[in-house]
Write a protein that binds this ligand. Structure first.
Ligand code: IVH
Length: 681
């Protein structure tokens, strides 16, 4: 394009330039109020209007656009989505030591590399090893410019907008060098983690397994408003290139970082020998539960920067630092009772009810014992003192029994012969470790099957959690999942903790479930051996429930993923009269019994005629699930962004599609926007 045509098309009038500058300032101020100070002054809609106006101006006069304008940071999303950024200095990881001896071996190697005598003690900076997510922050002229995740160590993701929502991380620092890069860890405070999981459970969403996962998920969300809701925290433990800046000791760098206003962990030490450093490790192994965040060890760093430099690094980790890892946390408690739970398929699981005890920041009152064999092998008895352990999962396990502390008169555990809930006989197949209740209408099985039916990957009835299902079953409003479609507003709003608004929300969710494709229903029915993927294959092959009901063993075995065992189970399901009755009730309730076939989008629905492109990882569904939702609501899914694209649905860590969407001017949707659109349907 020649300079002449360009200027005639784009030179903005003075008024436009002024208005754009003003809007940019306003937007920046409101973003700060919203994301950083948590004190918005205007509604989301008014804020969006400001952004829209500026974007309109920039569209008409491209020369007005600046690199950080809302055109490239649509809806407050991180600049150009979560773009990959190469680290100037790679973010290495640490070598681990799992025992004091391993730590001593590490030091012996260090002596050899440094070529100094083992007599001379080395001084170590000792720091708590925060179990979060490492980040790198770049400040220019004292202003936070960029926040990156570690990524693969060489290339991270730009999460600047999300980092800005972490209150303890300074947006600007005084008297700092021209350019400063610091590194540290963002994490979920335990109190916040508990709050988040309670909220998620109330909303019928699966809880995060641990604070680390929650932190990682939150920092990579595409919509910083969601990150801000999650109140992450952070600690900084490193300044890149500090030795070149005249520092001699790591502990001095930390002091300086603290003076600049960075959150530096207060529990650091400086130890004049490895033995002293190991004492520090022992102390924090004992005290780790005093903290409102999870730590998984202690990091030992040579305090002397000259020695650090001399020790150098391997491709993976520095030789001057080491992570002393704590063993999995264990705690002693007592078994109050062993209860047997009945699952959806009738499987019986023994669960130890424990004296409540703190472990890893949460209170534990139950631990799984898996099955009868496991209880027998460990010989866990009611009244026993036991050691329990928490791995990375939510439910802890019983490691062993302290037999010396066994009270008198205890008896070995025996699996009941009748179902503890309905009294039916228990059956255990010869080749299985699992015992099952044989009662067809066992309330425990019904409860679990309703919960499964309503779960996210089945009929996705958000808000129908355990407490509500229990109430509905106790009050006999619901006996099986077909009854869900007979619930009404009056009946629901008379339940405990259920107002009219929640009742309406739930009814909307139930209504929405009627329109899901057949395979979701197939999965929701809970046919033995029919998981999500098999349900998809079966749904696609037969197209309608009626055709599936007529399918022979041979027809079924012709489907990918379906062998004789699965085929027989499907046939057995449809041979049961009670199941056929259930299906007829679902049909009368208006559930969709068909699978939309690829290439033929329905003509109606909120997404009718709209083309979507998906990128990044979504929080609430897999990409396939989102694609399927779009299709069932009348939309199309395409693999690449073009002028024909209506929406780009971007999860965390999206690819270049976001950039392209911004360039073309395609509307970007966050997961939240997407859900809203679905909810409004
Ligand atoms: S120093 C060259 N100090 O642990 C690596 N790391 O397992 C410098 N971490 O990737 C890391 N607390 O994410 C250091 N006080 C601390 C730390 C810490 C947690 C993490 C960090 C690192 C990982 C290695």
């Amino acid at each position: 394009m020649s300079a002449k045509t360009r200027s005639s098309e784009t030179t903005p009038p003075v008024a436009a330039r002024r208005r754009a500058a003003r809007l940019r300032k306003e937007i920046e101020r409101h973003r700060r109020l919203y994301y950083v100070e948590n004190a918005p002054e205007i509604t989301d809609a008014d804020y969006d209007a400001l952004e829209r106006e500026l974007r309109g101006l920039e569209d008409r006069h491209p020369s007005l656009a600046t690199p950080d304008s809302p055109k490239t940071t649509v809806g407050g999303a991180p600049a150009a989505g979560l773009t990959a950024v190469r680290h100037g200095v790679p973010m290495l990881s640490l070598e681990n030591a799992y025992s004091e001896d391993e730590a001593r071996e590490w030091q012996a190697r260090l002596y050899r590399v440094l070529e100094i005598s083992g007599e001379e003690p080395l001084t170590y900076a000792t720091e708590l090893k925060i179990d979060g997510l490492s980040i790198s922050l770049i400040y220019e002229k004292g202003e936070l410019r960029q926040g990156l995740t570690r990524g693969d160590g060489r290339t991270g993701e730009d999460v600047t907008s999300n980092i800005r929502t972490v209150q303890s991380i300074p947006q600007s620092i005084k008297h700092a060098p021209e350019r400063l890069e610091v590194r540290g860890e963002v994490f979920f405070p335990l109190s916040e983690f508990r709050r988040l999981n309670e909220q998620r459970q109330e909303a019928g969403l699966p809880p995060f397994a641990n604070p680390r996962n929650a932190a990682a998920g939150s920092i990579r969300l595409i919509d910083p408003r969601q990150t801000a809701d999650r109140r992450l925290d952070g600690f900084i433990y490193q300044a890149v290139g500090a030795r070149g800046a005249g520092f001699e000791r790591h502990s001095r760098i930390l002091e300086r970082l603290r003076n600049w206003g960075f959150p530096v962990n207060p529990h650091g030490g400086r130890c004049a020998s490895l033995e002293k450093a190991l004492e520090f490790c022992r102390e924090w192994q004992r005290r780790r539960n005093e903290l409102d965040y999870e730590i998984d060890g202690v990091v030992l760093k040579l305090d002397d920067l000259e020695l650090q430099e001399k020790a150098g690094a391997t491709a993976k980790s520095p030789r001057w630092a080491m992570a002393y890892k704590f063993p999995s946390e264990q705690v002693e408690t007592r078994v109050r009772d062993i209860r047997v739970q009945v699952g959806r398929t009738g499987a019986l699981t023994p669960v130890a009810e424990l004296e409540p005890v703190g472990l890893g920041g949460t209170t534990i009152s139950r631990a799984t014992l898996h099955n009868e064999e496991e209880v027998r092998r460990k010989d866990v008895r009611v009244g026993d003192a036991v050691i329990i352990e928490k791995g990375g999962e939510v439910i802890p396990k019983v490691v062993r029994v302290l037999e010396k502390e066994r009270p008198r008169g205890t008896a070995p555990f025996r699996m009941p012969e009748q179902c503890p809930v309905c009294g039916s006989d228990i059956f255990r197949a010869e080749d299985e470790v699992v015992s099952r209740c044989t009662g067809a209408s066992c309330p425990a099985k019904l409860r679990e099957s309703v919960l499964h039916f309503a779960s996210r990957r089945a009929l996705d009835i958000e808000g129908l959690g355990e407490a509500l299902v229990d109430q509905l079953m106790q009050k006999r409003r619901v006996r099986d999942f077909a009854d869900l479609y007979g619930l009404n507003r009056d009946g629901l709003s008379r339940l405990d903790r259920m107002g009219q608004k929640s009742a309406d929300n739930l009814l909307r969710q139930i209504d929405k479930s009627r329109r899901l494709p057949l395979h979701r229903l197939l999965f929701g029915l809970g046919i033995r051996f029919v998981g999500e993927r098999t349900a998809q294959q079966i749904g696609r092959r037969f197209g309608t429930l009626d055709r599936l009901q007529e399918a022979t063993q041979q027809d079924l075995e012709g489907v990918e993923d379906v062998g004789p065992r699965v085929a027989a189970s499907v046939r057995a399901f449809f041979a049961q009269n009670s199941n056929l009755k259930l299906i007829e009730r679902l049909r009368s309730a208006g559930l969709n019994f068909t699978e939309p076939q690829a290439g033929a989008p329905p003509a109606s629905g909120p997404f009718a005629g709209k083309t979507f492109v998906l990128t990044g990882t979504l929080d609430g569904f897999t990409r396939d699930e989102a694609a399927e939702l779009i299709r069932t609501h009348g939309g199309r899914v395409s693999g690449s962004v073009s002028r024909k694209t209506h929406y780009v649905l971007a999860g965390s860590a999206p690819g270049s599609k976001v950039k392209k969407a911004q360039v073309i001017g395609v509307t970007l949707l966050s997961e939240r926007d997407f859900r809203k659109m679905l909810g409004e349907s």
